[in-house]
Design a protein around this ligand. Structure first.
Ligand code: ATP
Ligand code: MG
Length: 452
């Protein structure tokens, strides 16, 4: 008997949430069914052919991540949206590697879910071919903290890049976590070889060349022994080329050859060597501009950015501060031997109001200073000392001299608009910062005709 067609199959043990989702999507014209456990799902699915799954992580008899491969076996073409209450980016990467199409956090933003469902059901959906790799839990696992949509997009790129040997270019402002992303790509690739990093901006050209490609004994004064370069040492592993924008023209051409042919020679040597290291590069510079200025080879950039990951600045994902702060405080506690347990609301609002030109690294520095000053275990607003650099956008926001004299209403309009911009349109977050209720915010959006 042919299986009955169905739009959405919801697997979630929370009956209220399942019911709410069911009613919502039925209202939009989709046919829906739900199950509250892994076992019930399998029973009900016997006669069904859904177009999309919603899958919760915590089920009474199994985990979403355990059920996911079984669903993909039974319905390889059907997109699975993982829905979870846990802000766990490692879980998100694993879920996406196992074939989940998207990863949504609770509390569910229904607009976000609608958009994801529409994207999955649209016929243009590009089929991602991702293979499953498993790896043992290793110490030193890079932890990426965040819950924003933008970081989930980053995590999707990490999952793709780790199942693929294509060269990756990671772009993003300083301190956004580019190195962390590179480590996560390596970690999730399950590669046997090492993760090695070369900072292309840190040392002079000659030393850098030998660092990358190695040298023969006697190749230059001081070359007492033959030395293997990082390209050779990263065999079966990952080579992270940090600050790639700083590479000199000579080394740009040598790198291009490695990327094109996979071959190179040690400095002063003639033996042709090969490498299979996964090349992951990063830069905070605008490579397009550097190409326009004749400082970077265009052909090299195309070779580097077979895959790209853009790590967004912290000010575009203010909601991540909520998760990053306790994580960083725990990290700092350990490092400087303190026992900071939290912070006041005012201190927290101060963090959210800043524009973080130095991104997560700046947040970590500000918190480290606050922890060092603290004697009570709870960080207060006056311990959050933000040093505004010349390029800090936040400096102008808080500088009253810089604000033109406008009516209170106009100031309110600007402030509400700015807050919504900074929170990426996240109304709950904006309400928290502005200290107003959701209906009050909605009224202001309507009154000021703010476009979201
Ligand atoms: N999402 C995140 N979760 C947890 N820690 C993070 C996150 N993003 C960044 N960090 C931490 O912030 C610091 C800066 O990150 P990282 O060195 O990866 O930044 P970067 O983009 O390479 O910066 P730069 O361009 O200056 O080299 C590190 O200590 C890193 O562990
Ligand atoms: Mg870096």
């Amino acid at each position: 008997m042919a299986k009955q067609k169905l739009d959405i199959f919801i697997i979630d043990d929370d009956p209220h949430l399942a019911e709410m989702l069911l009613l919502h999507f039925e209202d939009l014209g989709y046919s829906c069914q739900s199950a509250q456990s892994g076992r019930q799902a399998k029973e009900k699915l016997a006669g069904l052919k859904p177009k999309i799954f919603f899958l919760d992580q915590h089920l009474p008899d199994t985990l979403g991540i355990t059920l996911l491969p079984e669903l993909k076996d039974m319905y390889p073409e059907t997109p699975v949206l993982m829905i979870t209450g846990k802000h766990d980016m490692e879980l998100a990467i694993e879920a996406i590697k196992l074939g989940a199409t998207d990863y949504i956090h609770k509390p569910i933003d229904i607009e976000e879910l609608n958009a994801s469902v529409e994207k999955c059901l649209s016929p243009k959906r590009t089929k991602k071919d991702m293979t499953i790799t498993t790896h043992d839990e290793k110490a030193g696992e890079p932890r990426i903290i965040g819950s924003s949509r933008k970081m989930i997009d980053v995590v999707k790129q990490i999952a793709l890049a780790s199942t693929n040997d294509a060269t990756v270019l990671i772009q993003g402002e300083t301190g956004t976590g580019k190195e962390l992303v590179a480590k996560a790509i390596h970690y999730h690739s399950g590669k046997e070889g090492a993760f090695l990093a070369v900072n292309c901006g840190a040392i002079v050209e000659n030393l850098l060349e030998s660092e990358m490609f190695g040298h023969e004994k006697g190749a230059f004064t001081g070359a007492a022994e033959r030395k293997e370069g990082k390209f050779a040492l990263a065999q079966n592993g990952t080579l992270f080329l940090d600050e790639i924008g700083e590479l000199s023209p000579k080394l740009q051409s040598k790198l291009l050859r490695v990327l094109q042919e996979g071959t190179f020679e040690r400095v002063g040597g003639s033996e042709t060597l090969t490498t299979n290291a996964h090349i992951v590069a990063a830069t905070h510079r605008d490579l397009d501009q550097m190409i326009a200025d004749g400082l970077f080879r265009e052909d090299l950039m195309y070779r580097l950015k077979i895959m790209t990951v853009h790590v967004p600045p912290l000010r575009e994902r203010v909601e991540d501060i909520k998760l990053l702060t306790p994580y960083l405080l725990a990290k700092i506690n350990q490092k400087i031997g303190k026992n900071i347990t939290g912070m006041t609301d005012d201190a927290y609002y101060k963090l959210e109001a800043h524009s973080w030109p130095g991104n997560v690294r700046e947040l970590e520095n500000v918190l480290t200073r606050a922890c060092a000053m603290n004697r009570t275990g709870i960080i207060s607003a006056d311990q959050i000392v933000i040093e505004y650099g010349a390029d800090s956008a936040g400096a102008h926001d808080l500088d009253h001299e810089a604000i033109p004299l406008v009516s209170l209403e106009e100031l309110e309009r600007r402030h509400v608009t700015k807050t919504l911009e900074r929170t990426g349109g996240h109304k709950g977050q904006a309400c928290d910062i502005l200290g107003i209720s959701r209906p009050a915010l909605d009224r202001k959006i309507k009154k000021f005709k703010i476009q979201l």
